[in-house]
Write a protein that binds this ligand. Sequence first.
Ligand code: CUA
Length: 348
Amino acid sequence: MQSTNWVPLLPEQASTFAWQVDALYAYLIVISIAFTIPVVAAIFFFALKYREKEKFATPEEMHGSMVLETVWSIIPFVISMTIFLGGAIVYFNQYTPPADSMDIYVVGKQWMWKVQHETGQREINELHVPVGRNVKLTMTTEDVLHDFDIPAFRTKADVVPGRYTYMWFNATKPGKYHLYCAEYCGLNHSGMGGWVYVMEQRDFDNWLSGNVSGQTPVEMGKELFETKLGCASCHAGGPQQRGAKLEGVYNTQVKLVGGETVTADDNYIRNSINNPASQVVEGFQPIMPTFKGQVTEEQLNALVAYIKSLSPNAAAAPAAAKTATPMAPAAATPAAKAPVKPVAKSTK
Ligand code: CUA
């Protein structure tokens, strides 16, 4: 897998921001060397030049130099600010998923990675993605803290129990790249890894259609919402519904009892399912029971995907649908692309 790489010590560069991370790293190394060499040389030079020649000599009194002190304060300040700016730009870029990203869900578990695609396909310890496309991973874990790490893409992110974290990348060349868990998570932590397969779009489409897709996350979420968990009995059904309206809520500001305002993002939806009493929407009673322990992480992902699909105007939703159309995998079902209208039943 090793190829033309200007730093042989580093893994292959296979994502759009890999070179940025490497350039920043090289810059840090160069600066460190540029400071280390003169400092060490000066230590030796002064040790020799000013070594003790006579016992109890009285040194000459010295007065500081304003110019010198200003210069050696300003130069390091400017250099450290370039490091800060470079780091901030790369970091901001890496942790701001583009709106047109393809969504993939990842659930960590001692000791495996479970992956589900928008079109329903699942895989374990493997992640297939198309080349040249923005891919966003929404990640969580069933048990302890893990960390999803793809060295060739120069990206990794902690996967935290009880919440969602994100990662995005755009793979630049087809191939097979290592996937690791980068957070010690127990006995078989070192075995918790696998491979990322970057494929040409048509190969990826073939791969998708060659796999049993089952329900898409949106379809699975709809089923849980309407029948299995019965969410619809309170959250759908017109003006008299007992639960807050969910259509169009995604990515909007929600006012809570107590005056606080929060953004209805993935973590908010997740928390509202697991811990409903903690964030009651203004105008509603804290009557919703908790679903903590009754829904698996995969089911939570599906519910979030479904509720997201009820808000076609939310920043991420229409963009994702747009890009999915021209390159839609054969197995894609309409539900994955088009928002699903909730079925209004009950509460009459
Ligand atoms: Cu999971 Cu280390």
